[in-house]
Design a binder for this molecule. Structure first.
Ligand code: HEC
Length: 153
């Protein structure tokens, strides 16, 4: 009886130990992947929050871009942003080394794929980058426009 009890206790220690290890291993992975790699859907439809949560990891907080291990273009004063269609398609389907954020294009499908953005969120962040960081485009793209574009690509 005594041996049985201590065996049970031993088993518990292993179970608890394994649980703790899972937490210890998972925690840093989650911290590193916060934002751009977490497939959990983003609740906000605020363009600024989406930019600073998902895009600034590559394009930087001031949208000046970065050069280093990769080349991330500046969105600040970027003439390519003249076309809201170009911006929306880039976010939906990705471009060269930029990942896609549209569900149809694989975003959110796997743990390591980027967070999927809905059409309203894509419109919001497109409008945000086109009206911030020295960009002053006054026309706005709507969720319905993004949805229509997604059918064509
Ligand atoms: C993992 C890094 C990464 C993330 C995250 C990212 N981008 Fe990009 N983005 C890039 C790269 C790399 C390019 C350049 C692609 C190319 O070579 O054409 C780019 C290009 C762009 C362009 C085209 C710029 C131009 O001058 O042609 C826009 C617009 C853009 N990104 C917007 C966004 C927005 C908005 C988000 C957030 C929803 C975002 N990006 C998230 C890496 C990223």
């Amino acid at each position: 009886m005594k041996i049985r009890n201590s065996l049970l206790a031993y088993r518990w220690i292993i179970v608890v130990g394994m649980l703790l290890m899972t937490v210890a291993v998972r925690a840093p992975v989650r911290a590193d992947n916060a934002g751009m790699m977490t497939p959990a859907p983003l609740a906000t439809t605020d363009g600024g929050e989406i930019y600073h949560g998902l895009c600034q990891g590559c394009h930087m907080a001031d949208a000046m871009g970065a050069h280093g291990a990769g080349k991330y273009p500046a969105l600040a004063k970027d003439p390519a942003l003249t076309s809201s269609t170009y911006v929306a398609i880039t976010i939906l389907a990705g471009r060269s080394n930029m990942p896609a954020f549209g569900v149809k294009h694989g975003a959110g499908a796997m743990f390591f794929s980027p967070t999927a953005l809905g059409y309203e969120q894509i419109a919001a962040v497109a409008n945000y980058v086109r009206t911030h960081f020295g960009n002053h485009y006054t026309d706005r793209i709507k969720a319905a426009d993004v949805a229509a574009l997604d059918k064509t690509i």
